[in-house]
Ligand binder design. Structure first.
Ligand code: FPP
Length: 253
């Protein structure tokens, strides 16, 4: 059977439901540029354009939340010029393309140790979160200055500071102190560029996520391939440690 590649055929399909939350590790920008003899930043620019295309495709597919790993805590170790170019790219997207998406109803959120971001970006992020908070469209979650271990560590600190007794500590308490509080865990995590690892992304939340790995470098990851990934997910059988459950949205304890 061939894969169909449209949001319409996915929604109309009988094979399974659309994942509620898709998270993406957008990897391979640097290699994409290097293969073409271009500076790495050209790969990031092309990657950012691709992100815009995939955000629109995800929203049209009826996905409830899309999380993009845009800048990891570890990425601060990259050369200063690459970091500052990435920050400028982010600033420009916050001023232009993310604004257009917010006007179309997207809810904008961030996760990560955002206090490390330059002040101008922090202000723009805050502003986008506030302006979009009454929207009812897809949640677009940007992981910025994010690492899963750091998120868990910050959650543990908050919990200790709250003075909770050990016997009162539950998974719900941990979850409500994570940056992703209020978001369902990702049903599907996509990673581009051929690497098959989680790289400190959504460590707590990925407990039962399905994974889709592709050799495609992020700047080449078209919406058609995104729909193929969703179709692939629809064919999965999710068991959550239990017995057979159709892929999709069902929660099983
Ligand atoms: C990984 O490629 C990608 C990043 C470190 C940053 C992702 C950023 C973007 C897609 C652009 C900004 C996004 C938005 C939404 C404005 P890499 O540099 O690690 O690639 P490599 O593994 O080939 O070196």
């Amino acid at each position: 059977m061939g894969f169909t590649t449209s949001a319409f055929s996915l929604k109309g399909g009988s094979l399974g439901r659309i994942p509620r939350h898709v998270a993406i590790i957008m990897d391979g920008n640097g290699r994409w540029a290097e293969m073409r003899g271009l500076p790495r930043i050209e790969g990031h620019k092309r990657g950012a354009e691709r992100a815009k295309e995939i955000i629109t495709a995800a929203s049209e597919s009826g996905i409830d939340a899309l999380t993009l790993y845009a800048f990891s805590l570890e990425n601060w170790q990259r050369p200063d010029d690459e970091v500052s170019v990435l920050m400028r790219l982010l600033e420009s997207y916050l001023r232009t393309r993310f604004n257009e998406l917010i006007k179309k109803g997207i809810v904008f959120k961030t996760i990560g140790d955002v206090w490390r971001l330059p002040e101008n970006i922090r202000m723009l992020v805050k502003d986008a979160e506030i302006r979009s908070s009454n929207n009812s469209g897809m949640k677009l979650v940007l992981a910025l200055s994010y690492s899963g271990r750091n998120e868990i560590l910050r959650a543990v600190r908050k919990i200790i500071e709250s003075g909770i007794k050990p016997e009162e500590l539950t998974e719900d308490v941990v979850e409500s102190n994570l940056d992703t509080a209020g978001l369902m865990p990702p049903d599907l995590i996509i990673r581009t560029s051929g690497e098959k690892r989680i790289s400190n992304f959504l460590l707590w939340q990925a407990a039962y996520s399905e994974f889709y790995f592709t050799e495609t470098l992020w700047p080449d990851f078209t919406k058609d391939e995104f729909f193929i990934a969703l179709r692939d997910y629809q064919l999965r059988e999710r068991r959550f440690g239990n017995i057979t459950v159709r892929s999709g949205t069902q929660d099983v304890s």
